[in-house]
Write a protein of this length. Structure first.
Length: 543
């Protein structure tokens, strides 16, 4: 309904002589989120800020720095004189499985003073795209959401330098904050509305609702979220869709879920049922306490080798919707509508154009940066995968809708738990020096002997197929679990890989005083299969 209201308002403004267009021109940030341009950004960190960002206890905290920028043309880096005068900003690192410390390709948040925003923005979010060899997945994904009528961030690109060091290409994704919300959805009232960030299993169930992070709005009065949780988990003679209608915009939510399925966003709300999902989404409440769901973290979507079924277990609201006849019918309509909207949007030219714009910068990153994570061949294969998924999805939607048939029309029924594309796995783990028992998970990832040497944690991990693996060491603090080091590898066949986790100086100082408990978290994304997370808690001895 909100999308319909916005469309009507657009027509009214056009009829009144283009006033809407005047408002759009006033959006200074529009050019920042133009994927046909490359912003070149220079960040400067004084020694104290750099030391703080290298400290595992403070890398998530903003530190003072400087920011300047210029726009390139035709892939040619701007001249030194083209950059703006450096402005005071605050900078921090970001990421979960995409986290990299300053010795690798870090991702950044840049916060501007309230008195001097950057083109009307208070925060830039610069993703390192280490999970996306194509470097176009999120640009295509968020364009697909918007085409489907789901409020979603805009994207652009930035080539980043830190203290003169080449950190390569970053995705400049519109930060989902009050400024973005007001552009997308109208005025935001801090006293009556909220933006909740959902990750790592946060869902609208009493047992996990505390996992939501309040990004905007009153941090004490969470009555709107409580009302949503109560309605979602209620029972009664009315269909579930009617019971939640007063607090959930199911038309928008089903479009959001259908788009996640269409683009293969397995790491979101409706993607699949795993220990860490639901993940990467926002809940936004309007002034009347009615919620919409907004997307985030789509860097591992758009993979042709891992298409999602359009049903199957996922987040709680998705499961309950598919088990409820009226809501399932609405979802089926949304799947068809999303298919039509994305086909009409014709995203393939955007994929080709974005890849062409990025090509000279990717060559520069591979040649000049010591922090690149993808080679030219991997980039090309990634782009081809995105285009392949977009080409195949319309027919797959038609097949699913045909398969629903009369049974789906009459009542839906419970969704099948764990319904996912099949994959063949070896009966045994790969041979090698493996520890027993395996790390916590499904028994297919195995962690070998660990050892510390000269500040580096060495680990061996057994993998059952080709794919990519990330290892992180996390320490629990009063601020939550903080990443202290990470490493990643790609394999072309089943094998045992050796990963090196370089501990920062702050951890080594701690180990000189005593032992330290660390959680080792691993994510393996196999080629042509479902990802798997696993973890183990270990104690690092005093050095």
């Amino acid at each position: 309904m909100r999308a319909i209201r916005q469309a009507v308002l657009t027509l009214v403004f056009m009829a009144l002589g283009g006033c809407w267009a005047q408002v759009a021109v006033a959006d200074e940030a529009a050019e920042v989120y133009d994927p046909s341009k490359m912003y070149v950004i220079k960040l400067t960190l004084p020694p104290s800020s750099q030391l703080a960002l290298e400290n595992w206890e403070t890398w998530q905290e903003y530190q003072p720095g400087k920011f300047s920028w210029a726009v390139s043309s035709n892939g040619v880096p701007p001249s030194p004189g083209a950059f703006t005068t450096p402005d005071d900003v605050e900078i921090r690192l970001k990421g979960n499985y995409s986290f990299r410390n300053l010795t690798a390709k870090s991702a950044f948040k840049v916060k501007f003073p309230k008195t001097k925003p950057f083109k009307g923005l208070r925060v830039l979010t610069l993703n390192n795209m280490v999970n996306d060899p194509s470097m176009i997945r999120e640009t295509l994904a968020y364009t697909a959401y918007r085409a489907a009528g789901v409020p979603a961030s805009r994207t652009g690109y930035a080539y980043v330098y830190v203290n003169g060091v080449d950190y390569g290409i970053h995705l400049n994704i519109e930060t989902m904050d009050k400024i973005a919300l007001e552009k997308l959805l109208g005025d935001f009232n801090d006293d009556a509305q909220h933006l909740y960030e959902g990750e790592d299993g946060a869902d609208v169930h009493p047992s996990v609702k505390a996992k939501f992070e309040v990004d905007e709005g009153d941090e004490e009065d969470l009555s709107d979220l409580d009302a949503l949780v109560a309605a979602v988990n209620s029972s009664g003679s009315q269909p579930w869709a009617q019971r939640v209608a007063g607090v959930a915009d199911l038309e928008e939510m089903t479009r959001m879920w259908a788009t996640e399925k269409y683009i293969g966003q397995w790491d979101g709300y409706a993607g699949q049922e795993e220990s860490w999902t639901p993940n990467n989404y926002y809940l936004y409440s309007d002034p009347d306490g009615v919620f919409q769901m907004l997307p985030w973290g789509n860097d591992e979507s758009m993979q042709a080798h891992n298409p999602l079924p359009f049903d199957g277990a996922a987040g709680l609201m998705f499961d309950l919707c598919l088990a409820d006849a009226p809501c399932r019918a609405l979802y089926r309509q949304s799947v068809a509508a999303v298919r039509d909207a994305i086909v009409d949007a014709d995203l393939d030219p955007l994929a080709v154009g974005s890849a062409a714009m990025l090509a000279p910068w990717q060559a520069k990153e591979v040649k000049e940066s010591t922090r690149e994570e993808w080679g030219v061949q991997e980039i090309g294969n990634g782009v081809a995968e995105v285009r392949s998924l977009l080409a195949a999805r319309p027919a797959e939607v038609a097949e699913w809708l045909d398969g629903e048939g009369s049974e789906g029309e009459e009542g839906g029924g419970e969704s099948e738990k764990g319904s996912q594309p099949g994959q063949s796995l070896p009966a045994t783990a790969p041979s090698g020096d493996l520890a027993s028992p395996p790390i916590q998970g499904k028994g297919r990832l195995r962690l070998g002997k660990l050892r510390m040497a000269r500040g580096v944690l060495h680990a061996r991990i057994g993998l059952w197929s080709s794919g990519s693996v990330v290892l992180q060491a996390k320490v629990s603090t009063g601020k939550g679990a903080l990443v202290v080091c990470s490493d990643r590898a790609r394999v072309e066949r089943p094998e045992v890989v050796a990963l090196r986790c370089q501990m920062p100086a702050s951890v080594l100082d701690r180990l000189r005083a005593g032992s330290l408990g660390v959680t080792l978290s691993t994510r393996f994304v196999p080629s042509g299969g479902r990802p798997e997370n696993a973890s183990r808690w270990v104690v690092l001895p005093r050095t």
